[in-house]
Design a binder for this molecule. Structure first.
Ligand SMILES: Nc1ncnc2c1ncn2[C@@H]1O[C@H](COP(=O)(O)OP(=O)(O)OP(=O)(O)O)[C@@H](O)[C@H]1O
Ligand SMILES: [Mg+2]
Length: 256
């Protein structure tokens, strides 16, 4: 087990107790440990789902191996019940190594065209690299950091993750209109949908769009997981959400 990570963090307590009531120290993470974890996840992409292998406290969706760390005053720490993670690291598997640069570039491009996107880039630890993105579901203005409740569209509609490809753009818009009659959220979603189509991201399914749930109401989260999937010819080019009948990004024209 890596230093500072207690398996106790993964006990069933974490499902029931409020994070603030649970303990957790600030345990620094060394470059060695970051590099080791990246290397291990790259070697076996299924390991991140097994708490017996790594421990640490984070709970993230998605198919690709990833882990989370907390950044405080310029230093990295393991996340635990008290210390919420602030960043997600997603090392690309061998054979898809360009994915790290491409996702970072897509996120920067989103910002340049006026779509809300978190800070993203690549990080190096010793001889290892990874895609890294700042978490938008954290308030880091105070310590301990506050977690902000987020639900993805599949969760908000009440569907299990196995049905994330079954949700259409029209269904997503209907979901948003139930919460916001002004259509501001619906247009925000359409901008994100258009952006994903424009960068050739065929994998923008219902778990790749999310909503903040705050006491003051619902709002769209920034974009995430923007990957130019059409860069790799072996992936299915059909869009997870068709745009007015167009099933491939190259087919989409302004009238769509
Ligand atoms: N910047 C972020 N801030 C907060 N949560 C995030 C952020 N980026 C991703 N997430 C959450 O983590 C989950 C997994 O991230 P991401 O979608 O990048 O992984 P993935 O494994 O590539 O997903 P997929 O299965 O769609 O390919 C997302 O579904 C979202 O809930
Ligand atoms: Mg995703």
């Amino acid at each position: 087990m890596l230093a500072g990570i207690s398996r106790g963090d993964w006990s069933s307590r974490r499902q029931t107790a409020l994070p603030a009531r649970l303990g957790g120290d600030l345990v620094p993470v060394s470059d060695d440990e970051i590099a080791f974890r990246i290397q291990e996840l790259r070697r076996d992409g299924s390991k991140w789902l097994d708490p017996e292998v790594f421990g640490g406290r984070y709970s993230l969706a998605g198919a690709q191996a990833k882990f989370a760390l907390a950044r405080l005053s310029g230093d990295w720490y393991w996340s635990n019940a008290r210390v919420a993670s602030t960043h997600i690291l997603k090392p690309a598997p061998d054979g898809l190594r360009e994915a790290e640069q491409i996702e970072a570039a897509s996120m920067r491009l989103a910002r340049m065209v006026g779509i809300d996107a978190p800070d993203a880039g690549t990080i190096s630890a010793l001889d290892q690299s990874s895609y890294i993105v700042e978490r938008f579901d954290r308030d880091t203005s105070t310590f301990p950091f506050r977690r902000i409740h987020v639900e993805d569209f599949a969760q908000a509609i009440g569907l299990p993750s196995g049905r994330k490809y079954g949700v259409t753009a029209a269904q997503s818009i209907r979901l948003l209109r139930r919460a916001d009659m002004t259509d501001e959220m619906a247009y925000g979603f359409v901008a994100r949908l258009a952006f994903n189509a424009a960068v050739g991201n065929a994998d923008a399914h219902a778990k790749n769009y999310s909503l903040f749930i705050r006491p003051e109401g619902l709002s769209l989260t920034p974009v995430y997981d923007c990957q130019t999937t059409v860069f790799w010819k072996r992936f299915d080019e059909r869009l997870a959400m068709a745009v007015a009948g167009a099933r491939r990004s190259a087919e989409i024209t302004p009238p769509h």
